[in-house]
Write a protein that binds this ligand. Structure first.
Ligand code: 6GU
Length: 222
């Protein structure tokens, strides 16, 4: 998979070289391109935003500059993802679906967002365009949201996780129940014992116990 991101803060993406994402890149399962929106600015101040038509607080990112940055990236294989708190909420099914894409382009809005004609234009040209939010709170921009999405999506690409068994166990849980609590050595820590059932070797009973625990955890969060 190819992933491009357009941002006025390319440094936000330096964590892509770490850990799972760094390894995925080394093994050529994914490649990243980070593009500085400001390099497409045309006026002397390298301005990328302007005041909103209709008035109001904040600034809106200008469409010409986004067009200049996105045109060379978009192909028939591309999905354009526009990060905005007003977008559709990112979740595991969306991550699953986007993990089958061949090219993702993340447009990281700042300020009050990107002039809506950018979305309208690429949609009208037949591109797949998704406005996405990662949750009901407001961030300073789409960079951190892009990182969240990139990590969730990339780990679903076959070969990225060292142990594919961890993906199989997650899909067992797709009704929305969170994972059961986990334990490792030592068997006693600060007076707290590992639940007896996990030492029993009875895999059927262990699976039942874990399902019940996962359910109880899930209900706590509803
Ligand atoms: Cl994608 N952008 C911003 N600015 N805030 C957010 C968000 C995105 N998702 C949740 N909050």
């Amino acid at each position: 998979m190819r992933i491009d991101a357009v941002t006025i803060f390319p440094d936000y993406f330096s964590p892509l070289k770490l850990s799972l994402l760094g390894k995925a890149q080394e093994s050529q399962l994914v490649s990243f391109g980070i593009h500085d929106l400001r390099s497409f600015a045309t006026n002397v101040h390298n301005q990328v935003d302007d005041t909103p038509y209709g008035g109001g607080a904040g600034m809106v990112m200008m469409p010409e500059i986004w067009g200049a940055a996105l045109d060379p990236l978009m192909t028939v294989d591309s999905d354009l993802i526009i990060l905005t708190p007003a977008g559709k909420r990112f979740d595991q099914p969306m991550a699953q679906s986007l993990s089958n894409a061949s090219h993702l382009v993340f447009a990281c809005g700042r300020y009050e967002g990107i002039d809506d004609r950018v979305r309208q234009h690429y949609l009208s040209q037949g591109f797949r365009v998704h406005e996405v939010s990662i949750g009901d709170y407001v961030l300073g921009g789409g960079e951190v949201a892009s990182l969240v999405m990139i990590e969730a999506i990339t780990r679903l690409i076959p070969g990225v996780l060292g142990n594919p068994g961890s993906l199989a166990e997650e899909s067992h849980n797709q009704e929305g129940y969170l994972e059961y609590p986990n334990y490792t050595k030592p068997q006693q820590w600060r007076g707290i014992s590992v639940p007896e059932i996990l030492l029993s070797g009875n895999h059927g009973e262990i699976a039942k116990w874990r399902d019940a625990q996962a359910k109880a955890r899930g209900e706590k969060n509803l």
